[in-house]
Design a protein around this ligand. Structure first.
Ligand SMILES: C[S@@+](CC[C@H](N)C(=O)[O-])C[C@H]1O[C@@H](n2cnc3c(N)ncnc32)[C@H](O)[C@@H]1O
Length: 428
């Protein structure tokens, strides 16, 4: 059937795995392109796609997922600044750090990198940022740098006041930040296209590999590995931590940043434990209200005088704090690679404090890291039974089911994730 053939052409051209986006996305794109080109016969359209690179480009534009926002997963930007202005700076006192955002989509990610550095006191000529994407439409939007509500999520948006001007059509980014980013069009899977940009000290490659199949993920890992300097950091998306990195990279133990460094670097050798290398599969993710974290650390809420709080409330606050501390300890142990101890901590938690979606989710992650896929599946399922909208459990279970070949069930979960994302978008 032509649609299947077109899906495999897209996979070859850009890495898009039909199973990850669902066949509906590809079918809609085909219908739209057939309408716009005036070709009503599928076979003729297939021939056009084969013969015309421009039509292939137009088709790619229809299927890319541009979803992104400023300071998506803020912890990554904080760690990036800490690394560059700390150890990295001491090792390279007179060098300008080189940073890459690939894929950069409509620019929110590389501009966040620039804002984070400028806010930390860097001048625009003290760093170099390249930003790459396959989609010219996305790159055009990035260069216009006028953003609507969807690009600003979460409560902590002070950066919008500092770096944007409100205009009729949205928020226009100030020119200092715009000038700090160099945009380029390239396909991450084409080594010769991306190779020409040189090597980097920081690479953000987030929320792309979830759309790739395993061979293309491996290919990307090889390409990124060649582009990352020996003491550089690679940041991935939170759902991508377990995909393909552990052969080439070691996890940087920093909660919620999802950062890696090349295996073989001094630091990686010190921090990675051969037996527990699968630690790279253990992102420690608190149950989010929204799919991602916030730009600025939460402001402390004013504390009410104790006299205004009833004994029962004090008791329930204490219980909550205790529960939080126990799970935090489990996350910390997992972060350090002490997986058995972390698992034990979760089990103790469930025994002492009763059922908790977050505890089951964390157990799922740890078991998955240890390779116990069946019990990991059970952990994620229990988390979802207790909290059907546990975003991270949905994402991790979908990936696990993919690996176990339960593709239909994985696809159903992806539909749930999409519905949840839609809901969160319309209720920011
Ligand atoms: C979901 S966005 C991720 C943006 C950003 N990294 C983030 O995490 O917010 C995915 C982007 O990947 C781009 N893309 C898809 N396939 C690509 C490829 N083979 N090479 C480069 N970019 C690609 C799409 O155009 C889209 O802009």
């Amino acid at each position: 059937m032509s649609a299947d053939r077109i899906a495999s052409m897209l996979q070859e051209a850009m890495g898009l795995d039909q199973a990850s986006v669902g066949s509906g996305v590809i079918l809609n794109a085909i219908r739209k392109r057939m309408r716009e080109t005036g070709v009503s016969d599928e076979k003729r359209f297939l021939a056009l796609l084969n013969d015309s690179p421009d039509e292939m480009k137009a088709m790619i534009e229809e299927v890319v997922v541009p979803e992104t926002w400023f300071f998506r997963n803020d912890a990554a930007f904080q760690l990036m600044v800490k690394h560059l202005s700390g150890k990295w700076k001491r090792a390279h006192p007179s060098r300008t750090p080189r940073l890459l955002s690939i894929p950069c989509s409509t620019g929110e990610e590389p501009y966040s990198m620039a804002m984070a550095l400028l806010d930390a006191g860097y001048k625009t000529d003290e760093f170099h940022i390249d930003a790459i994407d396959i989609s010219s439409q996305n790159l055009n939007k990035a260069q216009k740098a006028v953003y609507g509500k969807g690009s600003f999520r979460g409560e902590h948006l002070d950066f919008r006041q500092h770096h944007f001007n409100k205009i009729k059509t949205g928020y226009a980014l100030e020119s200092q930040v715009r000038r700090a980013v160099n945009f380029h069009q390239a396909n991450i899977l084409d080594h010769s296209q991306v190779n020409r940009f040189g090597s980097y000290d920081i690479i953000f490659c987030r929320n792309l590999l979830i759309y790739f199949n395993q061979p293309d993920r491996d290919r990307t890992a090889r390409i990124l590995s060649a582009m990352l300097n020996q003491d550089g950091f690679l940041f991935v998306g939170h759902a991508e931590t377990g995909l393909m990195w552990k052969e080439r990279f070691a996890a940087v133990p920093h909660s919620m940043a999802f950062a890696y460094r090349p295996l073989g670097s001094d630091e990686a050798a010190r921090t990675s434990r051969p037996k527990l290398r699968a630690l790279s599969r253990v992102p420690v993710i608190p149950k989010p209200k929204k799919p991602d974290s916030l730009h600025r650390p939460a402001k402390k809420k004013p504390t009410r005088p104790l006299s205004a709080v009833s004994d029962r409330k004090i008791e329930s606050m204490k219980v909550k704090q205790e529960k939080g501390a126990m799970l935090e300890e489990a996350s910390r142990l997992a972060d350090k690679g002490l997986l058995e101890e972390a698992l034990q901590q979760c089990e103790d938690f469930l025994k002492e404090k009763g059922n908790s979606a977050q505890a089951w989710f964390l157990m799922g992650l740890i078991l998955d890291t240890q390779g116990d896929k069946e019990r990991a599946k059970e952990g994620f399922r229990k988390a979802l039974y207790l909290d059907p909208n546990h975003y991270e459990a949905l994402v991790h279970l979908a990936l696990l089911l993919d690996q176990l070949g339960e593709l239909k069930a994985a696809q159903q979960l992806r539909s749930r994730i999409q519905r949840l994302q839609g809901h969160l978008r319309s209720n920011p």
